[in-house]
Design a protein around this ligand. Structure first.
Ligand code: AG3
Length: 274
C-alpha cells in the first residue's frame, strides 16, 4: 500500500512525500513527535506535522546556522543552541577547534532522545565531551546566563505555538545580555516568500538592539518555498568583513568561504523587507 505524508505549509499549499516506514510517533508534553522514512528525503523528524529536518537536506540548515556566525567571530569558545534538539547545529559547532563548550537548551527532552535513536547521523555529537545538554526553557535559560556566550543560535520551530516567544524582542534582549561584548547571535527566520512581516519585524528588532544586523539566505528543499533565511545580530564583527581567505577548510557540503559572503547578497524583494 502506498502511504503519503503531507505537511500543510499554508492553508492552500502542501509538500507531499511518499513514505517507506513510520519509525516513531508520540505525543510528548509539548507536541506530536514523529520520525518517518521517505523515498525522496530519507528519514524525517516531524513536530506537529511540520518537517523539522531530513537526512537528505539537513546539512544546508545546520551548516548555515552555525558556520556563518562561528567564522564571523574571530575566536568562538562558548556557543549556545536554543531548540535544535536533533543535534545538527551542535554537530557543526564542534567542528570548530576553538570551541571549548557547546550548550544545547531544548525544551522537549523527547526530541533529543528520539533523534538519538533514529537520526544518529544528525545527533551524533550530543555525546561529545564538549557538549552540555540542558532540557529546559530557552527563554528562562538565556535570562539566567549573562555575558557568557560568544555565539548563540536560535534553532527553533516555526513562530507558532511553543516557539512564539523565541521571535519576541524581549527574548532578543536577553540574548543580547547572554552574549559577551563581541558576541553574535543568529535566528532561523523562515521564508522570504511566505513570512515577509515576520522577517521585517525581527530585522527591525535586532537592528534596534545590535550595532550590526544582517540577513542571509540559503536553499532548503523541504522547507516552505525552498528558500530560507537567517537573521544575525552582532555586537562587533561584521560577516561582510570576514577575511574569507583565512577560513580553514572544514568538512561541509554547502558552506564554503565564498558562500560566507554570497549568502548575504539579497534579491531586491528580500532587501526591500529590511
Ligand atoms: N527548525 C525548523 C525550521 C522550520 C521548518 N518549517 C517548516 N517546515 N514549516 C529546524 C530544526 C533543525 N535543527
Amino acid at each position: 500500500m502506498e502511504l503519503w505524508f503531507t505537511e500543510y505549509q499554508t492553508s492552500s499549499l502542501g509538500i507531499t512525500c511518499k513514505t517507506k516506514k513510520t519509525y516513531h510517533t508520540e505525543k510528548t508534553e509539548y507536541q506530536n513527535l514523529a520520525v518517518i522514512d521517505t523515498e525522496q528525503f530519507g528519514r524525517m523528524l516531524l513536530l506537529d506535522g511540520i518537517i523539522q529536518t531530513t537526512i537528505e537536506d539537513e546539512f544546508v540548515y545546520h551548516e548555515m546556522i552555525s558556520h556563518i556566525p562561528l567564522f564571523t567571530h574571530k575566536n568562538p569558545k562558548k556557543a549556545l543552541v536554543i531548540g535544535g534538539g536533533d543535534g545538527g547545529s551542535i554537530r557543526e559547532i564542534i567542528k570548530h577547534p576553538s570551541i571549548e563548550k557547546a550548550v544545547l537548551c531544548e525544551i522537549d527532552g523527547r526530541v533529543i532522545e528520539v533523534s538519538k535513536q533514529y537520526l544518529p547521523e544528525i545527533s551524533c555529537a550530543l555525546e561529545n565531551e564538549k557538549v552540555e545538554v540542558v532540557v529546559g526553557d530557552g527563554i528562562k535559560y538565556v535570562k539566567e546566563h549573562k555575558n557568557e556566550f560568544d555565539v548563540i543560535m536560535i534553532d527553533s520551530t516555526d513562530p507558532i505555538g511553543p516557539a512564539e516567544g523565541l521571535f519576541a524582542i524581549d527574548f532578543y534582549k536577553s540574548v543580547y545580555e547572554a552574549l559577551k561584548e563581541d558576541g553574535i547571535f543568529v535566528a532561523q527566520t523562515e521564508s522570504p516568500f511566505f513570512n515577509k512581516d515576520l522577517i521585517s519585524r525581527v530585522f527591525k528588532d535586532v537592528k534596534s538592539l545590535f550595532p550590526i544586523a544582517r540577513l542571509y539566505t540559503c536553499a532548503i528543499p523541504t522547507y516552505p518555498t525552498g528558500y530560507w533565511c537567517f537573521t544575525m545580530g552582532s555586537k562587533k564583527y561584521d560577516p561582510l568583513e570576514t577575511d574569507i581567505d583565512s577560513i580553514p577548510d572544514i568538512d561541509t557540503k554547502y558552506y564554503c568561504p565564498k558562500i560566507h559572503k554570497a549568502a548575504f547578497m539579497l534579491p531586491k524583494f528580500v532587501k526591500n523587507l529590511l
